[in-house]
Every structure is written in structure tokens, then in C-alpha cells.
Design a protein around this ligand. Structure first.
Ligand code: CO8
Length: 326
């Protein structure tokens, strides 16, 4: 688990893009998680959001992962997961998928983390698909009974925290599927989405046949999957609704935009955002009337929250809401 002891390699991306050692909120010497109120008071006392809050007495944390980097930014509210195999265009090996599933579970379980960003390292790829070298010698029985590369499906479907894919470069095969399993896709100007599996004698294996058709329509999805070609660039991805925005200016700008978006989500009430996410995702799983019923139930549930009273009172009193995630 990444929030436990070992030589410190994990990184903390400060507001100025400097890297600092992670100061894990789980390891506060008080043995409890600080609430947002604690944090705001601490920030106020220390003159703002400059990271000093995290310099209180805590243990350093390590990153036990070998194929991904895990970072915490925005004072613990935003997690960034970077697939870190640039030499093979971030190909998704079993180890990558296991580590992704594991860190995602960790971040989702951390009550301070309100949004998660998933990206790939280097300038060329988000992920160029499952690791072909690793897959080549698989047999049917080992792939089927071993649930080859299937851990992430569970990890994302059970994740209540919003996940933003920052897609820089190739998102092919499993990489495209991985991006589509996230809640929002931001496309760097060089993003390329495609499902070239048929070229390799296989078909998409992580939801591509189901999610691509919903994202780009049957004809375009069929064209891509059956031909293994005719990839989608960033502009087309946005025009078809596969991605929400194109971010120009390179990988740094893309990450900045993803962090800005994550921060906007993170300042809201955690349970409200989680219910909104689940309600929207239900549209893919349920029929219209069942989906609307579920939405209505969640909507009603919001009125049991302190944050609903706070949000509406703040609006009427013309002040900023201070949500407490309850
Ligand atoms: N697996 C393993 N290695 C890869 C992969 C991959 N998917 N993609 C690239 N690499 C390696 C290359 O072998 C190369 O390594 P080396 O330097 O040792 O030769 C290195 O990355 C750089 O790649 P290229 O030299 O090919 O770079 P180019 O800029 O010339 O081309 C491409 C970039 C077009 C992206 C090209 O690398 C390519 O076509 N890659 C394969 C794309 C692909 O077919 N992806 C689908 C894989 S199958 C799949 O994803 C099934 C999903 C099933 C579900 C799994 C869930 C995770």
C-alpha cells in the first residue's frame, strides 16, 4: 500500500509545480484526519494555501509502486496517478493495472481526496494499449480464468471519487478503454484515440466495444474497431463527445487544466458529487425511467445533508459555502 513506510520516493506537486515529499493526511501524528475546517483554520493562521500546513509533524510517505507515480496536490484534495512506462508508451502490463487498481482504491478510501487525475508520463502517450509483449504468450484458459487485466474495471466502477483522464498523445486499445472508464476526458492537442486490437488478432477487452459505441455512435465505433484504423484526434473526440475539451500548449498545460478542474470539483460537497457521479453513470446501466427514479432518490437524499443547508444558505446570504462533506 502506497501510504505506508519505505524509502521516500513519492512526490507532492506544490501549487508552484515544485515537487515536495508527500505529507500523508493518514499519518498525522494526532492519529486522526484533519477536517476541511482544521485545514482552513491552519491556512488562515499561516497566511494562505502555501503548503505549510503539510509541514506539520508527519512522517514521510513512500511510493511502493514501480509502474505508476502517485501524487497528492491541492492540500490533499486531488490525487494524480501517472502511468510511468514512457519507454513503452505506458503500455498497460498486469503490474500497471494491479497498481492502478490498488492506488485508486487507496485514494477513493481517503476522505480528503475529492478528485483523481489519471495521466501518462512522457509526451507521446496516455497509454498505447495493453502490453503486447506480455500478452503474446497468453492462452485462452489463463486469460479467461486469470481475468486478464480485469482488475481496473472493478476499481473504477466502484470508485465514488470523480476521475479525470488527462490524455496526452496515444490512447490506443486498452489505453482508450482506460480513458473511457474515467468520468471526464480532457484531450491534449496531440491526443489520438483508437482501438487497433483487430490488427493484433484480438478484440477490445476492457469495455471498448460497449463504451466506444456510446461515446461516438455505432457507425464510427464499428469503423474504428473493425478496421483497427481510422483513429480519432482531439478535435474529433470533442466534437463527438468522447472528450470534453481540447487543451493546447503541451502536457504541462494539460495537467494544469486537469488540476484546475479537479480543484473545482474538490471544493464542493464530497457526498453530493459522489451521488451526482453515480446518477450520471446510471444512464449507461439503466433505462430512462429507472435512471430518473434513481436520480430522484439521490436528489431527495441531498436534503438529509448538512451541505445542502449550507449551500443554499450561503447562496441566500451572498457568501461562499463552506462544505463539510456531511
Ligand atoms: N505494448 C508493448 N509495447 C509497446 C506498446 C504496447 N501496446 N506500444 C508501444 N510499445 C513499445 C514499442 O514496442 C517500442 O518499444 P521498443 O523501443 O523496445 O521497440 C516503444 O513502445 C515505442 O513504440 P514505437 O517505436 O512503436 O513508437 P511509434 O511512435 O513508432 O508508434 C504507436 C507509436 C503507433 C502507438 C505504436 O507503438 C503502436 O502501434 N503501438 C501498439 C498500439 C496497439 O496496438 N495497442 C493495442 C494493444 S492490444 C490492447 O490494448 C488490448 C486491450 C485489452 C484490454 C486490456 C486492458 C488493459
Amino acid at each position: 500500500m502506497w501510504l505506508q513506510s519505505a524509502p521516500n520516493q513519492a512526490l507532492f506537486r506544490g501549487s508552484s509545480s515544485t515537487f515536495y515529499p508527500i505529507r500523508s493526511p493518514r499519518l498525522f501524528s494526532t492519529g486522526r484526519l484533519p477536517s476541511d475546517t482544521d485545514q482552513t483554520e491552519a491556512e488562515d493562521a499561516e497566511g494562505g494555501d502555501d503548503g505549510e500546513f503539510w509541514d506539520r509533524e508527519v512522517d514521510d510517505v513512500s511510493n511502493l509502486y514501480e509502474t505508476i507515480l502517485a501524487e497528492i496536490v491541492d492540500d490533499g484534495r486531488v490525487g494524480i496517478i501517472t502511468i510511468n512506462r514512457p519507454e513503452v508508451l505506458n503500455a498497460l502490463s498486469t503490474q500497471v493495472m494491479d497498481e492502478l487498481a490498488d492506488v485508486l482504491q487507496e485514494l477513493d478510501a481517503d476522505p480528503r481526496v475529492k478528485a483523481i487525475i489519471l495521466t501518462g508520463s512522457g509526451k507521446k502517450a496516455f497509454a498505447a494499449g495493453a502490453d503486447i509483449k506480455e500478452m503474446r504468450d497468453q492462452e485462452f484458459v489463463t486469460a479467461y480464468l486469470g481475468r486478464l487485466l480485469s482488475g481496473y474495471e472493478r476499481a473504477t466502477s466502484e470508485c465514488r471519487t470523480p476521475i479525470i483522464a488527462a490524455v496526452n498523445g496515444y490512447a490506443l486499445g486498452g489505453g482508450c478503454e482506460l480513458a473511457m472508464m474515467c468520468d471526464i476526458i480532457l484531450a491534449g492537442e496531440n491526443a489520438v484515440f483508437g482501438q487497433p486490437e483487430t490488427n493484433l488478432g484480438v478484440i477490445p477487452g476492457m469495455g471498448g466495444t460497449q463504451r466506444l459505441i456510446r461515446a461516438v455512435g455505432k457507425s464510427r465505433a464499428m469503423e474504428m474497431i473493425l478496421s483497427g484504423a481510422h483513429f480519432i484526434d482531439a478535435e474529433e473526440a470533442v466534437s463527438r463527445g468522447l472528450a470534453s475539451r481540447v487543451i493546447t500548449g503541451g502536457p504541462e498545460k494539460l495537467i494544469e487544466a486537469a488540476i484546475d478542474l479537479a480543484k473545482q470539483i474538490a471544493r464542493l460537497s464530497g457526498p453530493v458529487v459522489a451521488m451526482a457521479k453515480e446518477a450520471v453513470n446510471s444512464a449507461n446501466d439503466l433505462g430512462l425511467s429507472e435512471g430518473v427514479k434513481k436520480e430522484n432518490l439521490f436528489f431527495s437524499a441531498c436534503f438529509g445533508l448538512y451541505d445542502q443547508k449550507e449551500g443554499m444558505s450561503a447562496f441566500l446570504e451572498k457568501r461562499k459555502a463552506r462544505f463539510e462533506n456531511r
